[in-house]
Design a protein around this ligand. Structure first.
Ligand code: PFF
Length: 465
């Protein structure tokens, strides 16, 4: 066997992991899931979940990856025994499901970027004025989104985005990713902070902050059964946890790295970016008189096109913003396809280009129905985030907490220092409280998903067929 590669630079790993974590989860998914969860009550549960479950979970993936130096399926088999490879198989399936619709949504960002090339956002919105005039509630930005989100446009940009992802993974270009992340993360932060400062001047910014930052514990008490699984799914999705990305990335890691420090940096950037997105989006939505709970998957597009239409330099800001997010989405998409590809290469002996093209092709086809009707977005996203990622994380916790805890603590200590009782705290946190929380979240997530299948989805099928 050839010597397995390791990251070329100390920061290479962090950059790649941040590149995977920061993406559509922060910019597109976070604001609408927070809106659906009632704002601040959701934010609170989400932040607690990231700190108390996300952090131990990212360490668990790092430890399994660095210890075994394998793709997720091989890693679980080596770490836990041969039956565990089936769990690794679930990770691969999760990668298929997530990337299929991720590519469609990323295509929307590319589309909105191109809008800025041809005209101002105000100009584009004006073109939808007539169509929006028919109904009082519907704004130009919503009509525009509905027009672009499905149909030929959507299909073409899904195709383009997936082709790019497959091309990069097939060629195995890692250096390019490190550079892209170095530019993209600071760019996103600067743009978002600027937009948040502008949003603070909007007439209803105060009300928006109250909605986003001041939790109503009454809402929390009555809605926790839907907030908890949604927060769990969002936390795992945004941190790229529960499907083996962090196992894969840590498998290329040297033993001198301090995993706790790296995990803190990755989680810190990811959470900060999502948080600032909320500071941008909610003042715009609420000042525009809309209800953040009703905006669903178009929320970021409605709010930002309106902002870019109003701002003098909006066209350039929009170009920069949508373009940067598209790059962020690309680095996340690459990380997902990399998991699937490295599995096929390691376990089935295919060439890299064959694996990337074959797997990418199937994933692409799975995403095509989303470009036809957004009900398929809910079908795939609900399954991946509500069920698969939570299941993946839960199983990993069982593996690290119960099957081989000592190996995990020994591995974590490398590159830090003897952990003493801290190692026990980590293992015991995983063993009981975290596993219980994840079991509850998984159960509630399943119930929600079955409700969707038998409700909205069955209704759609009945109406369409
Ligand atoms: N974390 C990415 C985002 O927030 O956009 C999405 C993602 C990447 C999810 C990799 C899962 C994953 F394994």
């Amino acid at each position: 066997m050839t010597q397995r590669e390791t990251w070329a630079t100390r920061t290479g790993f962090i950059l790649a992991a941040v590149g995977s974590a920061v993406g559509l989860g922060n910019v597109w998914r976070f604001p609408f899931v927070t809106g659906e969860g009632g704002g601040a009550a959701f934010l609170l549960v989400y932040l607690l979940f990231v700190a108390m479950v996300g952090f131990p979970a990212i360490l668990a993936e790092f430890v399994v990856g660095r210890k075994t130096k394998r793709n997720p399926v091989g890693a679980l088999r080596e770490y836990g025994g041969s039956a565990w490879k089936y769990v690794g198989g679930v990770f691969i399936v999760t990668g298929f499901v997530i990337l299929s619709y991720y590519s469609v949504v990323a295509g929307w960002f590319v589309r909105y970027f191109l809008l800025g090339l041809t005209d101002s956002y105000a100009g584009h919105l004006a073109a939808y004025e007539e169509a929006a005039a028919g109904s009082e509630e519907v704004t130009e930005s919503m009509v525009m989104f509905d027009t672009l989100a499905t149909g030929l446009d959507s299909f073409l940009f899904h195709t383009l985005f997936m082709a790019l992802t497959v091309g990069i993974v097939a060629l195995g270009i890692r250096r390019g990713i490190e550079l892209a992340v170095k530019v993209m993360v600071p760019a996103i932060i600067i743009l978002l902070v600027g937009l948040a400062a502008w949003a603070a001047t909007l007439p209803d910014a105060g009300a928006a902050y109250a909605y986003y930052l001041n939790p109503d514990f009454g809402v929390l008490a009555s809605e926790w059964a839907s907030i908890l699984p949604a927060a769990a799914g969002q936390a795992f999705f945004t941190l790229s946890l529960g499907m083996g990305v962090m196992i894969t990335y840590a498998s290329y890691l040297g033993e001198d790295r301090n995993l706790a420090e790296d995990g803190t940096i990755i989680i810190g950037f990811d959470t900060a970016i999502a948080f600032i997105v909320g500071l941008v989006v909610f003042p715009i939505i609420i000042s525009g008189g809309a209800d953040p709970g009703q905006e669903t998957v178009g929320a970021i597009f409605f709010s930002l096109t309106e902002a870019f239409a109003e701002l003098g330099v909006g066209r350039w800001l929009g170009l920069l913003f949508f373009g940067t997010v598209a790059i962020a989405a690309l680095s996340s998409a690459i990380s997902i396809l990399e998991v699937v590809t490295s599995y096929v290469i390691d376990e089935k002996g295919l060439e890299r280009w064959q694996a990337a093209l074959g797997m990418g092709g199937v994933i692409y086809l799975l995403g095509v129905p989303v470009t036809y009707d957004l009900i398929f977005l809910d079908l795939l996203d609900g399954f991946a985030d509500g069920v698969l990622l939570v299941f993946g994380a839960l199983v990993l916790m069982v593996l690290v907490g119960w099957i081989a805890p000592q190996v995990a603590v020994d591995e974590l200590q490398k590159g830090i220092a003897p952990l003493g009782s801290l190692g026990d705290v980590w293992i015991w946190a995983i063993r009981v409280p975290l596993i219980v929380v994840l079991l509850v979240a998984l159960y509630l997530g399943l119930v929600d998903y079955v409700e969707f299948l038998t409700g909205d989805f069955a209704g759609w099928v009945a109406a369409t067929l």
